[in-house]
Design a protein around this ligand. Structure first.
Ligand SMILES: [Zn+2]
Ligand SMILES: [Zn+2]
Ligand SMILES: [Zn+2]
Length: 293
């Protein structure tokens, strides 16, 4: 039984007995909307990425927690499932951050019904979405095997062994875009897409006494300047964000810090990103990367 790939130091028997609690996040897509190399682009970075291949090929934003909680539903979902051996019918929960097309291709949900699918092992796919994403899915329609709820800022919901809390992203006016705290065996913050966090978000995290085992941060701009009032981040914003989260005790030297969601405009060649990210104690996501927390 393949349980925790690449985790030879944890004995399967210990895991079953609950001695070792781990949570796994797999990055399925790690680019901004246009992909990297970008779909119609001939810039020097995209040309180089096509040449180099490997970790330089980034598809649209999506992640999977363990094997049952999916985050976002881009048009690249189907290829992500094929490339990573994911059996979509097993997925129980789906969180949608916001309604931008690179995070939500609502039409895919129609495939979760007969005659397009049969014998799904999870009876329902429970979706929790930002208000804008909720409206988009409602408008597109969805089958009976899917349930849909909107989740707003600072609301929490229990999803089996997970507790998910939505925080407001600084991202998409009118959509009420979310970033998510996901608490299972460990606690992680999935913060895409967003600019620098609102003061109220820091206050909430501090008052709740939350300490993150892992944070995944928006790095769309890489080194292109964007003010903290902008709707994405780059390394300078991330440096300030890490300082602020450290200040309120929400992260510490044990917290895994990962940067993710890159635009071709920032020249996000993997080797370059790794070098830059290491200056802030961060790792760099790539398509197919699994992180055990
Ligand atoms: Zn995005
Ligand atoms: Zn390009
Ligand atoms: Zn977006």
């Amino acid at each position: 039984m393949k349980f925790l790939s690449g985790c030879s130091i944890i004995k399967y028997t210990d895991y079953v007995k609950g001695k070792v609690n781990v949570m796994k996040l797999t990055y399925l897509g790690t680019a901004a909307a246009e992909g990297f190399p970008a779909v119609f682009c001939n810039c020097k970075y995209c040309i180089e990425a096509r040449k180099l291949g490997g970790k330089n090929i980034r598809t649209r934003s999506q992640a999977l927690i363990n094997d049952d909680l999916l985050i976002d539903l881009p048009a690249d979902t189907y290829m992500h499932f094929l490339q990573n051996g994911i059996e979509g019918d097993k997925i129980k929960y789906l969180l949608i951050t916001h309604s931008h097309g690179d995070h939500l291709y609502a039409g895919e949900l129609h495939m979760r019904q007969s005659p397009y699918s049969h014998d799904e092992r999870s009876e329902k796919l429970e979706i929790y979405a930002s208000r804008g994403a909720y409206d988009k899915i409602t408008k597109t329609g969805f089958p009976k095997s899917v349930s849909l709820s909107a989740i707003g800022a600072y609301e929490s919901v229990s999803l089996g062994k997970y507790t998910v809390t939505a925080l407001p992203a600084r991202h998409m006016a009118g959509d009420f875009a979310n970033i998510y705290i996901i608490k299972g065996d460990k606690t992680l913050l999935y913060a895409h897409d967003t600019g620098f966090f609102y003061d109220e978000v820091f206050d909430f995290i501090e008052k709740q006494g939350i300490v993150f085992d892992m944070i995944s941060l928006d790095c769309t701009n890489v080194d292109i300047h964007i003010p903290d009032s902008g709707t994405h981040m780059g390394f300078p914003n991330i440096e300030r964000l890490i300082a602020r989260l450290t200040d309120i005790g929400a992260i510490n030297s044990d917290t895994k810090k990962i940067v993710n969601h890159f635009s071709h405009n920032g020249g996000p060649l993997h080797a370059f990103l790794e070098e830059r990210a290491s200056e802030y104690g961060c790792s760099v996501s790539y398509d197919g990367m699994s992180v055990e927390i």
